[in-house]
Design a protein around this ligand. Sequence first.
Ligand SMILES: [Zn+2]
Length: 443
Amino acid sequence: MPETTDNTESKRGDMSKYHLKCLSCGKEYEDDHFRMQCDAQHEPSLLRSVYIDKKLTLHKDKPGMFRFYDYLPVERTIEAKGVPVTYKSTGLAEYLGLENLYIIFNGYWPEKNARMDTASFKELEAPSVLARISEHNRDILVVASAGNTGRAFANICSSNKIPLVLVVPEVSVKKIWSIRPFNECVKLICAGGNSDYFNAISLAGAITQLDGFFPEGGARNVGRRDGMATTVLDAATTIGKTPDHYFQAIGSGTGGIAAWESYLRLTEDGSYGNGNMKLHLSQNHPFTPMTDAWIEGSRDIAPMSEEEAKEKIHSITASVLTNRKPPYSITGGVYDVLNASSGHMYSVTNPEIAEAMDLFEERENIDICSAAGVAAGSLIKAVKNKTVNKEDHIALNITGGGENKLRREHDLHFLNPVLSISEQEIGSDGVTKKLENMFAAVL
Ligand SMILES: [Zn+2]
């Protein structure tokens, strides 16, 4: 692939390098840096960024993931050193009898040049979401998270001194850490008691109703998706072609959608072969709403009571994979990308995750997080079921790794919540007024 150190921005003058396109009606929009949806009246649909120049050039002079600047919806870069590192496996590949297994490693492994200091691929979302926003913006970004996304935003906002209000369930507060002290521009709020990720999303929604705050947007934010899509860009530029199979665990499914969009862009570039890429997405049994719907051939997720969902969520190892309202049915969402790629979905049990995590560490010499264990577990199943052939080019997205190593090598700083809102209060009428008063006191 071509490489350059040129300043591409200056070549285009005032023309934006991309626009947004509605996947339902096709309407196109110039990006105002905040747009998350189409204005037309139709069923919910994602917008996708369309890059004018189809050719991907690697910009190794730009920081971290911004080397994939051409396929990121940004007109500037910020400080961020995390980038996926793809390498050809020997240990796990030999064990599984695979000839072309590639690991997309996201995490902390300095010996492999992997420097995501939060040990999670969520560090690919924050830089592109933040760089998409104009540097002249004065409103405060609000992000809801079950843990890893929050840690990534807290770290990247802190190092770039960008104000952030981060909302996490109380149970996830311990996941918000850094190897450096946090800047005071980052404020942590928790959804208290038995709250889960969905409660945190509701609370974040209430905060964005206040003046001076705006939502990050989740899967609807092209900055988030195109940031995560760099995993496939790194795999394809390393392998020299798009992989035949892409394995990843999903909670909301945003990473799976992003992987597919990345594949489509590389197909338009034309330099990475003309093969198909099948998506192999996985969830942690028994909380498997998307796996269940896909296996039933349904575009809709079966209704589940809040009580049942929380019971299942509390019983799984990979607690980050717990979005109760994932973008599965939405046009351009998980169902559509699985369909387009003739993909597969897997359900992986807690013991299977533990086995996959141990196997990975033994064979590849680095620890991985439980969500990555779900993906590795799904690959083991696919090999057993002969869903993949031994000569196929397979990319396994290790969405988080090296955390144990990082904890051995660094002292961690934790962020303490400035506010806690109980589960009962979150849905109540008085919550907005209460938030307003509390923010006046802490910001
Ligand atoms: Zn539309």
